[in-house]
Design a protein around this ligand. Structure first.
Ligand code: GDP
Length: 516
């Protein structure tokens, strides 16, 4: 196809592993990246000048090499994956020995799992007094990470980033894992890779750090990066040295592009300028079409996903499940696991009880997944994030509808759906007994607008406890048609009066949306 590069003759040779370090904040990711960088034999010979270019490579005594993505945490990892790029071969999960498994540790485990890359556990800060390794191991076990000492196959290395303890062991573990994965590439073919970082440099113009994944990039090559292109004027390695070539798994700065490509974009060496122009125009057109399609369909990732499945570019419908109780989560998982066909599989990335949080949305975004919400709602921050990032959250209260919807997705058609439009949110500040009306909630509208007769759901601690209609809407003593954000009002609910201070009220209107 148009995206295909020239493939020359050549052998698939072992290539260095590409590693991302993840873990909870303050567990030592940055310290470990810094400490590992200092172990590099080659840098010491070169005088030790290391540059931050987004990734670096260390050479271990004996000659093996490891490439580290030099941005700790989930951001870079998820941003890349959201663009469909898989750059990491494995994750080093840093867990501080004195702190154990924390929320972002669990997130990191989920991200690694969603990306289907293996994990190595680095228990950090072992120089500290009174650390309890068994506790850490057992906490990991609760998240199905079984380390070798407990009979599992996950390597666990005890390190101190601060004192530089056991960094050689960690590097050995990484190289061992790489051997198991049998990572190979053909260095003889045209270079191909992914943009890790990019910037517009005053003196040097557009600069993109590219992680080479296939083949070899050379100065003088004509490359396309995202929808930018150019002739490679210079390559600069992670030690700030000019390079003539960069082979598989090498991070390298590329100079000479027409503009600044985004992180996660694909880089490709092509045979001619005409070809570069063609590929870049093709990509620009595709990007425009994708935006236009998303806007006209108004359904964000769902229609994107549909388009990708129809075009044969996507083979999987990924789902994040959040439900009000364990029983419904299990029922949904069971339903979803029965779906799929020869072409498309349905995969549950994560399933849990509770409201939808930002980390759910982040996970969904990274994996192009849909969030299935069963009788639960998103936090305000998660909702905002989902809107901004185009993550589709689908709300359900009936299990067979989940099945219908997901089935419709992979069968590449969308059935007409009853779509809800959220119009506003309010919170209950007070509860009154009113003659003839029963209980009335004294509320403040916190978002959007509340309309007389609209659909309402009562949400207590993120869980939907009632769904129905408004019976009354008042400002002071007057019945009103609507109340907007910031104002207080009285609300009564048809045939329902278990209301409490602190409950959230979600207001919605329904419309029927035709098939796509
Ligand atoms: P990050 O947020 O995961 O990148 O964590 P940092 O690398 O910024 O480290 C957080 C804090 O832990 C800093 O004060 C570090 O000095 C400290 N720290 C990191 N590694 C070690 C270690 O091995 N031992 C001890 N005692 N402290 C460490």
């Amino acid at each position: 196809g148009l995206e295909g590069a020239v493939d020359e003759e050549g052998e698939m040779l072992p290539r260095p592993p590409v590693v991302t370090i993840m873990g909870h904040v303050d567990h030592g990711k940055t310290s470990l990246l810094d400490a590992l960088r200092k172990t590099d034999v080659a840098a010491r010979e070169a005088g030790g000048i290391t540059q931050h270019i987004g990734a670096y490579q260390v050479e271990v005594p004996g000659g093996g090499k490891v490439t580290f993505i030099d941005t700790p945490g989930h951001e870079a990892f998820t941003a890349m994956r959201a663009r469909g790029a898989s750059v990491t071969d494995m994750v080093v999960l840093v867990v501080a020995a004195d702190d154990g498994v924390m929320p972002q540790t669990i997130e990191a485990i989920k991200h690694a799992r969603a990306a289907e890359v293996p994990l190595i556990v680095a228990v950090n800060k072992i120089d500290k007094q009174g650390v309890n390794l068994d506790r850490v191991r057992n906490e990991l076990l609760q998240h199905e990470i079984v380390v070798e000492s407990l009979g599992g196959d996950v390597q666990e290395i005890q390190v101190s980033a601060l004192k530089g303890t056991n960094l050689d062991k960690l590097l050995e573990a990484i190289l061992l894992q790489a051997e198991i994965l049998d990572l190979r590439a053909n260095p003889a073919r045209a270079g191909e890779g992914t943009v890790i970082e990019s910037k517009l440099d005053r003196g040097r113009g557009p600069v993109a750090t590219v992680l080479v994944q296939k083949g070899t990039l050379s100065t003088g090559d004509i490359v396309v990066a995202g929808s930018e292109w150019g002739r490679v004027r210079a390559l600069v390695d992670d030690k700030g040295r000019p390079a003539k070539v960069a082979g598989p798994s090498a991070p390298v700065e590329v100079l000479g592009l027409s503009g600044v490509p985004g992180a996660g974009e694909t880089v490709l060496a092509v045979e001619s300028e005409a070809r570069a122009r063609e590929v870049s125009e093709f990509r620009q057109r595709k990007a425009r079409e994708k935006t236009a399609a998303a806007i006209s369909a108004g359904r964000g990732t769902l229609s994107d996903m549909l388009a990708r499945i129809q075009a044969g570019q996507q083979k999987e419908v990924a789902v994040v499940v959040k439900a009000d109780v364990q029983g419904s989560a299990e029922a949904i998982n069971a339903t979803l696991s029965k779906l799929g066909n020869e072409e498309v599989r349905v995969r549950v990335l994560h399933s849990a009880v509770g409201q939808i949080t930002e980390s759910d949305v982040q996970l969904a975004k990274a994996s192009n997944a849909v969030v299935v919400a069963f009788n639960v709602r998103a936090t305000a921050q998660a909702r905002e994030m989902a809107q901004r990032d185009g993550v589709d959250i689908r709300y359900y209260s009936i299990i067979y509808q989940v099945q219908d919807d997901i089935e419709a997705l992979y069968k590449s058609r969308l059935a007409p759906v009853q779509r809800e439009n959220f119009i506003g949110y309010a919170s209950i500040l007070q509860v009154f007994e009113v003659k003839r009306l029963g209980k009335v909630a004294g509320c403040r509208v916190t978002e959007g607008v509340v309309k007389r007769g609209c659909g309402v759901r009562l949400i207590r601690e993120g869980v939907v406890i009632h769904e129905g209609e408004l019976s009354t809407l008042r400002r002071f003593k007057d019945d009103v048609k609507e109340v907007t954000n910031g104002y207080e009002c009285g609300m009564g609910f048809r045939n329902y009066d278990d209301i409490r201070i602190g409950d959230q009220i979600e207001c919605f209107e329904t419309e029927t949306v035709a098939a796509a």
